[in-house]
Design a protein around this ligand. Structure first.
Ligand code: BGC
Length: 249
């Protein structure tokens, strides 16, 4: 079964057709810069451009950086505020002329990691964290997703955690990996005290640099880097759409 997966980010919208049974891309992924305005209509047109790029007329799954309930975006931490209350499923389905499902971007990446990557066969409570512009989180219990947990926004030292421990914060403050690793460890420790997951999976850009900060981490839970790198968001969005279309989620 093939589904077009798209991952909508702050700087680029990336997509590729996905074999949802194998968790593989069926073509090289294509990236279009995210329109500067970041507004719903402009993003929808970019989503549609990718559909045209692959001459697609089947199912589409999109990961988007907001809590998504019933297809509607409920938050807008790093995107234009006019997204709040936008029915993304309706907008994208109309603009692409393809049935489109929308899922939180971290949930999408988590679904792919749990199915085909670092969380394969993992039981118990797993928390995937995507470290990028923001901190995205995806919570699983015995492999089942608890959607939309926005744990990147817990307070750490009186601040929104993602302002303190995201990759954007590391770059903004020009922190060494060691200094940033200490901050990230504070974040993980706080999450551990609240949720006691059995395992953390660290995704996003930081997963490629895991060895640079791994020795700063002191939580009890197992901490592993994500395995699917740039493709998790695309693959997970496609799997989500496929399962949703079959009434599984
Ligand atoms: C958003 C989340 C998103 C994460 C990663 C956060 O700022 O609130 O919905 O998953 O960034 O993009």
């Amino acid at each position: 079964m093939q589904v077009l997966g798209e991952d909508i980010g702050g700087s680029g919208v990336k997509g590729a057709p996905v074999d949802v049974k194998k968790g593989d891309l069926l073509a090289k992924r294509f990236r279009i810069p995210t329109p500067r305005s970041g507004k719903p209509q402009a993003i929808a047109e970019t989503v549609a451009e990718l559909v045209d790029q692959f001459k697609w007329n089947g199912l589409v799954g999109c990961g988007f950086p907001a809590a998504i309930q019933g297809g509607v975006a409920l938050t807008a931490a790093n995107v234009d505020k006019s997204w709040i209350g936008t029915d993304a499923v309706r907008l994208f389905s109309q603009t692409t002329n393809c049935k489109t499902y929308v899922v939180n971007d971290a949930d999408a990446a988590g679904v792919a990691e749990m199915r085909f990557g670092a969380g394969r066969k993992a039981k118990g409570v797993v928390l995937m964290i995507t470290v990028g512009t923001g901190l995205g989180t995806a919570l699983f219990t015995d492999g089942a997703l608890v959607p939309n947990c926005e744990l990147g926004h817990i307070l750490l030292r009186g601040k929104d955690a993602e302002l303190y421990a995201s990759d954007a914060a590391r770059q903004r403050k020009n922190l060494s990996w060691k200094a940033w690793g200490k901050r990230f460890n504070e974040y993980l420790s706080r999450l551990e005290a609240l949720l006691w997951p059995d395992m953390f999976i660290i995704g996003g850009g930081a997963s490629k640099k895991f060895s640079n900060f791994a020795d700063q981490l002191s939580v009890k839970a197992k901490v592993v880097p994500a395995q699917m790198l740039n493709e998790a968001g695309i693959i997970g969005a496609a799997i989500f759409a496929y399962e949703k279309s079959r009434g599984k989620k």
